[in-house]
Each structure stands twice: as C-alpha cells, then as structure tokens.
Design a protein around this ligand. Structure first.
Ligand code: IPE
Ligand code: IPE
Ligand code: MG
Length: 242
C-alpha cells in the first residue's frame, strides 16, 4: 500500500516563506503506469484522478495559491474513442464529487480551455462548480481541459483584435483562458518526457521547469516536496542581473 503523509511537509524541509505562488503540472504517464501493471490505460487515468485530488489538497495545505493541471489537451482527441470516453467519464465523476465536497474542502475550481467541444452535461457541471467557487476564497485548482497553448493564444488574438484595445501584454493576457491568474512559478512534468506539449505557452515565459521520471499515478506529496526544494535552489533573474 502506498504511504501518504498525513500532514503537509512534516519533514519541514520546504521553506514555507518561499513557496511558488503558482504550480503547474503536466499530469503524464497514466497509460504507461497501467500497462506496466497489465491493466488497460483507463485504469491509469482513474489512478491519476485520485492523485490529482490528493495533490490539490496538499498544495492547499502547504499554502500554494494556484495549482494548474493539464488534464486533456487539444491533441488528446487523437486517442481511441474508448479512451477519450473514459477520460470524459472520469471528469464527470470528478465534477459530481467536487460539487459535493469543494465547499467543505475550501477548494475553488476553474476550468481552462475550449469548453464548447465538451458535452452539454459536462458544461453544465462546470457551471455549477463555477457558481460554488464564487462562494469560496483562497486556494484555486485550475483544470486545463481541451486546452492547447496555441489555441489559447489564437482565440485571445482574435478577441483582442475585435475589442479594439491596445495590443499590450496586459490587455492580451486578459483574453487568455488564464485571465487573472499569476504566471506559473514552477512547471512540473512527471512521466519522463521533457517537453511542454502545448501547455501554457504564453504563461511559462519565466517559469522554472522540473522534470522527473515518476509516472503521475505514483506521484506523491514527497515528489512535490522534491520539486519545490529544487525550485527553491533556483536563481530567478527574469533577464536581469543580481
Ligand atoms: C496523461 O497520461 C493523461 C492524459 C494525457 C489524458 P497519458 O495517457 O499520456 O499516459 P502515457 O504518457 O501514455 O503513459
Ligand atoms: C500532455 O501529455 C497532455 C496531458 C497530460 C493532458 P501527452 O501524453 O498528451 O503529451 P505527449 O503526446 O507525450 O507530448
Ligand atoms: Mg502521455
């Protein structure tokens, strides 16, 4: 049985005064995790959804403000329909559970991406989670769904042009799906691949990247601690000198 720490960072190694404000995670490796166990890929997505729940709670307990996860990309429609259906089913289940628990857990939820391609039922559930989120303050989990960085930039460009506003970074940012969020300080990709796969292309301009081989269903609070510890050793200069 996997060991999960009950309390946030009991080892006390993570410096709570220098936490990343916004952590982004590409939740990768579900399929390989399942295949290695002789299970269908969908079993990996199920296990991955559970890890997301636990890591969101841990981020909240640590004092991180935003957690943004990549759950389904604009390219993931290329997968077999059975797999896409299974992922959508898990999302539906997740949202139904969140509707019951998010107020108690004090976790705001926001969905980023082109929601028009999702089923009317999923869209309605998202509206309900948005309404509940409006009553919650503090930690926010952002779930990127039918999300692509290029799609996000293109739709923002169209809307910014139509608005007649000046093309400043600030105005443009208000048309991105991520409007109002700070940029990710730390981007984590488990699963062994070292690429961005069309995630947060605009927002990651100055993010610190952390790659690890752990497959997402094996990701624990300790793995997040390790990523944060690595982040805390980085020297962020934003193009300046120190
Ligand atoms: C990430 O895990 C989840 C989604 C992309 C929906 P994968 O399904 O990509 O797992 P691997 O990379 O094939 O192991
Ligand atoms: C990125 O993972 C998308 C999500 C985790 C939702 P993929 O598994 O789809 O990315 P590639 O194909 O390895 O680049
Ligand atoms: Mg993958």
């Amino acid at each position: 049985m996997r060991h999960w720490k009950k309390k946030a960072d009991p080892a006390g190694q993570v410096d709570r005064s220098r936490l990343p404000r916004h952590v982004a995670i590409i939740m990768d490796g579900n399929g390989r995790w399942a295949r290695r166990r002789g299970l269908p890929r969908t079993a990996g997505h199920k296990a991955g959804a559970e890890v997301f729940r636990r890591i969101a709670t841990y981020c909240k307990d640590l004092g991180i403000e935003y957690l943004t996860v990549y759950a389904f990309s604009t390219e993931n429609w290329k997968r077999p329909p059975e797999e896409v259906d299974a992922i959508m089913g898990l999302l539906r289940q997740y949202m139904l559970e969140a509707i019951d628990s998010m107020e108690r857990d004090q976790i705001r939820l926001r969905f980023l991406g082109d929601m028009s391609a999702l089923s009317p039922e999923l869209q309605a559930l998202m509206e309900r989670t948005n309404d509940i989120s409006a009553r919650i303050e503090g930690f926010q989990a952002n779930v990127c769904l039918n999300y692509g960085g290029r799609d996000e930039i293109l739709q923002a460009a169209r809307r910014c042009a139509a608005s007649g506003e000046a093309w400043t970074e600030e105005n443009f940012g208000n048309y991105l799906y991520s409007a109002g969020l700070s940029d990710p300080d730390l981007l984590i990709r488990p699963g062994g691949e070292q690429r961005i796969s069309n995630f947060l292309l605009w927002q990651c301009a100055y993010s610190e990247f952390y790659f690890c081989d752990t497959l997402w269903p094996d990701f624990t609070e300790r793995t997040l601690d390790e990523a944060i510890l690595a982040y805390q050793k980085r020297d962020r200069r934003f193009g300046g000198v120190k």
